[in-house]
Design a protein around this ligand. Structure first.
Ligand code: ATP
Ligand code: MN
Length: 465
């Protein structure tokens, strides 16, 4: 073949005005092939866009034999002339002159033959599902959202701060942890008390995978001003729900000199920015997901972007739930940790808007949250979303050394000296929150299950690929 600069399918569509009548060079995977004795049509996809480029093979130039291996899933290289398309639905197509086959995909074995495989089936072949339209769309949106996160914070003057994934602290209280060890589990070193001797372990002490970068993030904020983390977190809870993963990505901004109101403003602006970014840059992918999975997707996204979130104290929320007359599976009373059904009632039925619930009882929140004057509630804020429930959890942090230390002692937390130094030296009012990245992707894609918005999901009893 002649040497011509290869164009992606996305580039070909974008520059079609300039390219019509010219020779083009495209590469990709065959989605489908159909046609008749005179002509064969191939839908080519290279991942650059949800849209397929149609390649037309005139059978006066290509033999059936040459095209035999051009089957769903095979990879090909084509050169030909870009022409205005006759068929409806696409503006241009390639009239093929030359064909090179890179890799075949035996139709008897390639699992992605027909359209409309169930999401459950695709989860079993998660190593191949990025090749489907659905997962292509989800993964491109995921990418765009990740980029939007960095852009939002960078443009606001926040610094991307890297917190460790392996940690010795287990005080976050955010959930059960995975242990990291190089000890031989079949032959554990034990002390006289019969307990494992972690002095002999890799780090000379017990270590875990982090459940949150927040505590280290606070050290960053009390030096750099405003920081954010964006990295993997791990939780070993046995939560087999459509909203929990064992390994997920979390974004945790932490800001010196921010009070709870500033924190809420930031959270609302941040989420809206990310959703807007996706609406602007992922229109084709969102349209595809809307058509196939969720007819109200775009209107729901626009609704969230265009409306102010409701801000409501927990105590008020409990009163609304109690007075609703609704039968909930889990009981409602002051002091209870709200279940997803309660959160969704407030958001979907009562206010019909995202809700930021604040001032929770201190007993159900983490030790570092700032105590209110009532001595019973803390300056927590959870952002609750339609279909998702909690998407963000955050708070103003307790900046008083005395108050925080009292809480640490009440709860019997140890090994916190390094963290307490933030309060010991130059302590300032500060706030932050955590957004579960997959919950955001779930919301923006309209998918139902969090396992379908990350390429290789990790959940109880599943760690393949
Ligand atoms: P939930 O009550 O929904 O289990 P949480 O209160 O334990 O969440 P936080 O510790 O506040 O969660 O974590 C901050 C954010 O991380 C949550 O608001 C949510 O978006 C996300 N998140 C928490 N746990 C998970 C998980 N297992 N999988 C995916 N995202 C999660
Ligand atoms: Mn939370």
């Amino acid at each position: 073949m002649e040497k011509i600069k290869r164009l992606t399918v996305a580039e070909t569509f974008k520059q079609h005005d300039a390219l019509v009548g010219k020779k083009v060079d495209v590469k990709g995977w065959v989605r489908t092939r159909r046609g008749n004795k005179n002509v064969q049509f191939v839908a080519l996809n290279d991942g650059s866009t949800i849209n397929n480029l149609q390649i037309v093979f005139d059978l006066s130039r290509f033999s059936e034999d040459q095209l035999r291996a051009v089957t769903t899933g095979s990879s090909i290289h084509v050169q030909g002339t870009l022409v205005e398309s006759q068929g409806k639905g696409q503006n241009v197509e390639v009239q093929a002159d030359e064909l090179e086959i890179y890799g075949t995909a035996d139709p008897a074995e390639y699992p992605l033959q027909k359209k409309g495989h169930s999401l459950e089936f695709l989860r079993e072949i998660a190593h191949l599902r990025p090749r489907t339209n659905t997962f292509g769309a989800v993964l491109r949106i995921r990418h765009a959202l990740a980029y939007a996160v960095h852009k939002f914070f960078n443009d606001k003057g926040f610094y991307y701060f890297h917190t460790p994934l392996i940690t010795a602290s287990d005080c976050e209280g955010a959930g059960a942890m995975f242990q990291v060890t190089t000890l031989d589990l079949n032959d554990l070193p034990k002390g006289e008390d019969g307990k494992i001797n972690y002095n002999e372990d890799f780090f000379g002490r017990q270590a875990n995978l982090t459940v949150s970068g927040q505590l280290e993030g606070e050290l960053g904020a009390t030096a750099l001003g405003c920081i954010y983390t964006f990295g993997p977190t791990f939780r070993a809870e046995n939560s087999n729900t459509p909203r929990h993963l064992s390994e997920f990505w979390m974004i945790e901004p932490e800001m010196a000199f921010y009070e709870i109101e500033d924190n809420m403003d930031l959270a609302e602006e941040f989420i809206k920015y990310c959703i807007n970014y996706a609406l602007e840059h992922c229109a084709d992918d969102i349209a595809f997901l809307e058509e196939h999975f969720d007819k109200e997707l775009t209107s729901r996204l626009r609704f969230v972007v265009e409306n102010e979130f409701v801000r409501l104290p927990y105590t008020e929320g409990i009163r609304i739930l109690e007075e609703s007359g609704k039968k909930f599976e889990f009981p409602v009373y002051w002091g209870v940790d709200l279940a997803s059904e309660h959160e969704r009632f407030l958001v979907e039925e009562h206010f019909k808007k995202p809700v930021i619930l604040t001032d929770y009882p201190k007993e159900i929140k983490a030790f570092y949250m700032k105590l209110n004057e009532d001595g019973k509630t803390v300056r927590a804020m959870d952002v609750l979303f339609p279909k998702i429930g909690e998407i963000i959890g955050g708070s103003q942090r307790e900046e008083s050394f005395e108050k925080l230390n009292k809480r640490v002692e009440e709860l019997g937390l140890t090994g916190m000296d390094w963290y307490m130094d933030t309060r010991r030296f130059g302590s300032v009012p500060h706030s932050g929150f955590g957004l579960g990245f997959e919950r955001l992707v779930l919301f923006v894609t309209g998918m139902q299950n969090i396992r379908d918005v990350i390429p290789f999901p990790r959940y109880p009893k599943n760690c393949e690929f």
